[in-house]
Write a protein that binds this ligand. Structure first.
Ligand SMILES: [Zn+2]
Length: 194
């Protein structure tokens, strides 16, 4: 097994996204051979924290396959203790060197936080988690929704980077790179934003 460096992992993701955008996906690692190869152990090359939105499936938009991505999906790509634990596990025990937080255009969770819409049930917790990003975006010029999505991604990246004791140490030792990105639902393109 080879562990991909964070730079190589990012390059692999971006190459996959280019194939997807160009409608030239190669659907790698989706055979029964691959399934057998990884049945006894996984060595994913990237951690993806993305929204649960049905239009943003990481394996498809990055053109990857079985055993490639360690994916945590939650509405609004937010972080709580369980998400943090999942990232820590992949970074510390699976030695994954890249974590990418992926926000996307027209995110319903971010939109709900902008409209303060959804005080019923557990949705309120989600709104509260995204609200600080919305407040930041209100002071910026341009599209409020896009800016809020990006501010939310940056906030989550910071939360992960500063998380003690595991993630902050890995980042400090150059064993983990944590970056944010934005997915455009219209073009299919993923842009790194942090
Ligand atoms: Zn979303």
């Amino acid at each position: 097994m080879t562990i991909l460096s964070s730079e190589n992992a990012l390059q692999k993701l971006m190459e996959g996204n280019k194939r997807y955008v160009a409608e030239k996906p190669v659907y790698p690692n989706q055979t029964t051979v691959r399934r057998a190869e990884i049945a006894e152990g996984q060595h994913p090359f990237a951690i993806i924290v993305s929204c649960s939105d049905s239009r943003v499936p990481p394996e498809i938009i990055f053109d990857q396959g079985l055993g490639d991505l360690f994916v945590i999906r939650v509405a609004g790509n937010t972080v709580d203790n369980m998400v943090m634990a999942s990232v820590e596990y992949a970074a510390e025990h699976l030695n994954v060197q890249l974590a990418l937080v992926l926000g996307h255009k027209r995110c319903g969770a971010v939109d709900a936080a902008i409209k303060s819409d959804g005080s019923r049930g557990s949705i309120d917790n989600l709104i509260k988690a995204i609200k600080p990003a919305v407040e930041k975006a209100k002071n910026q010029t341009g599209d409020l929704q896009d800016n809020a999505v990006k501010a939310n991604v940056k906030m989550v990246v910071d939360q992960l980077k500063s998380s003690k004791p595991i993630l902050c140490e890995l980042v400090k030792d150059n064993k983990l790179m944590i970056i944010g990105a934005f997915y455009d639902l219209d073009s299919g393109l993923v842009d790194v934003i942090t």
